[in-house]
Design a protein. Structure first.
Length: 309
């Protein structure tokens, strides 16, 4: 279950002071205790009851020029500091089911009810309102084929601080009883773009869909379909030599899709992955390998899709 963090008792700070603290504090986003230690800094910003309204007013005066230039998340997210390679700072808006925007657009734009994990860790602080509700599950990322385990429903209360653990905590957010706002510190690392984010089926507890992709995965597919011999050579290299298993799998899938009847493409697949289903369609129906000995470790995937975190 998500980890509750002691928010501490430090006084309110400004956004710039939080940024300075994060930039001068060494931390490892892959070390749970190291990243959790940043939580009290976020809580101190949360005790500043004016900063978010001041920034929202300033954005409105410029017709949201700053958000338009840097915010790729959509209207639910107010970007406080864009990605810098180590962290992202943002505020999230959570309308209630009775709010006009939900009445007009439904719950899908706010990802309410969708069980998902995250391919990065993040800290969240209850800043305004009663807080959104969530159903929580826990999974072992080392055993991706084991069903997740339900751990309960609760909401993030005002002033509470929580750590969402990368690839381990799964949640389905539900509308709050009244409009609410949370503050986030997202941990960043170059490896995160190659770690899968998933949507889960709560009824079975199993992975229903892979949500993430990297730009190079789409380019690999284009190269396989349109690149002729030069493209096949490149995709062959990616399929055999790329350091990440997901990109290798993507390259193999691109070869199989683009040249299903091409002896050259099948020969490349045979060299890179002799057991690929493109060579033996019956292989696709064979039982999956046990999570006790996963084929390539956490993060393996053949298909993926972009989504906001």
């Amino acid at each position: 279950m998500t980890r509750m963090i002691d928010p501490g008792i430090g006084g309110a700070i400004t956004l710039d002071e939080l940024v300075e603290a994060l930039e001068t504090t060494p931390f490892d986003p892959h070390d749970e205790d190291s990243f959790a230690a940043l939580g009290p800094f976020l809580a101190r910003l949360g005790r500043n009851r004016d900063f978010l309204a001041d920034r929202a007013i300033a954005e409105l005066k410029t017709r949201c020029a700053g958000q338009s230039a840097a915010n790729s998340y959509g209207a639910q997210v107010f970007l406080l500091r864009p990605p810098n390679g180590r962290f992202v700072l943002r505020a999230n808006f959570w309308p209630s089911a009775a709010d006009g925007i939900v009445q007009a657009s439904g719950t899908a734009p706010f990802v309410y009810g969708m069980a998902h994990d995250h391919n990065f860790p993040f800290l969240t602080y209850g800043y305004l309102g009663p807080g959104y509700w969530s159903d929580y599950w826990e999974r072992d990322p080392a055993c991706p084929h084991e069903p997740m385990r339900f751990t309960g429903r609760r909401r993030i209360e005002p002033g509470q601080l929580m750590l969402y653990r990368m690839c381990r905590d799964v949640h389905a957010q539900l509308p709050p009883d009244a409009f609410s706002v949370t503050l986030n510190i997202l941990g960043s690392h170059p490896s995160h773009r190659w770690i899968d984010q998933h949507r889960f089926d709560p009824a079975t507890g199993e992975i229903a869909e892979v949500l993430t992709t990297a730009p190079s995965e789409g380019l690999a597919t284009i190269a396989a379909h349109l690149g002729c011999g030069n493209g096949l050579d490149l995709i062959d290299h990616l399929a055999r030599r790329h350091p990440h298993p997901r990109m290798r799998a993507t390259a193999l899938a691109a070869l199989a899709a683009a040249r299903p009847d091409c002896s050259q493409a099948l020969a490349l697949i045979a060299r890179a992955a002799p057991g690929h289903p493109a060579l033996d369609p019956s292989a696709a129906d064979r039982p999956r390998q046990s999570c006790a000995n996963p084929p390539g470790g956490p993060g393996d995937s053949v298909r993926s899709r972009d989504t906001a975190a």
